[in-house]
Ligand binder design. Structure first.
Ligand code: RB5
Length: 149
C-alpha cells in the first residue's frame, strides 16, 4: 500500500519509529514531516496527508501528535476521511472492521513505540468487514458531509 504519514513536533519521534516498520512490511511511504522538535501546528501536517488519501494518491494515512487528538480532529474535517484515534489493539482491529477508517491517529505522549508499531501492523492488515450494518453506518456518516457541503 501507499501510506502517507505526518506528525507534529510532539509526534515526530514516534513517526520515525513507524516509517521503518512500514517499509519493512513492504509499503511505499510518503513522509510529510515534521522532522524536529521545533514547535509546529498539527493541522499543517494533518491536511496534506488527508488530501493524499481522499485524492487516492495514498491508500491510507497515519498521523501522530502528542495525544493524537488534535490530528484526529483536524483529519476528520476533511471530507472523505474517517480518522480513528487508537491506542490499543482491540480498537485498531475494530475500527478497520466496523468504520473502514482510512487514517490512523496516535499520540506519542500516550503510548510507547512497541505498542504503536503493533497497532499500525494490525490496522493495516485488518480488512473492512463489509457487513451490511457497518456499510450502512459508514454511509450515514459520509452522508453528513454531503448535507453540509
Ligand atoms: C503539542 O503540544 C500538542 O498540543 C499536540 O501535539 C497535540 O497533542 C494536540 O492535540
Amino acid at each position: 500500500m501507499k501510506i502517507a504519514i505526518g506528525a507534529d513536533h510532539a509526534g515526530f519521534r514516534l513517526k520515525d519509529e513507524i516509517v521503518p516498520l512500514l517499509k519493512e512490511l513492504g509499503h511505499e511511504v510518503e513522509d510529510f514531516g515534521c522532522d524536529c522538535s521545533q514547535s509546529v501546528d498539527y493541522p499543517d501536517y494533518a491536511i496534506p496527508v488527508c488530501e493524499r488519501v481522499v485524492k487516492g494518491e495514498a491508500d491510507r494515512g497515519i498521523l501522530i501528535c502528542g495525544t493524537g487528538i488534535g490530528m484526529s480532529i483536524a483529519a476528520n474535517k476533511v471530507p472523505g476521511i474517517r480518522c480513528a484515534l487508537v491506542h490499543d489493539l482491540f480498537s485498531a482491529k475494530a475500527t478497520r472492521e466496523h468504520n473502514d477508517s482510512n487514517v490512523l491517529a496516535m499520540g506519542e505522549r500516550v503510548i510507547g513505540p512497541g505498542l504503536a508499531q503493533e497497532i499500525v501492523r494490525v490496522w493495516l492488515e485488518t480488512p473492512f468487514s463489509q457487513g451490511e450494518r457497518h456499510v450502512n453506518r459508514v454511509n450515514k456518516v459520509m452522508a453528513i458531509e454531503r448535507r453540509q457541503a
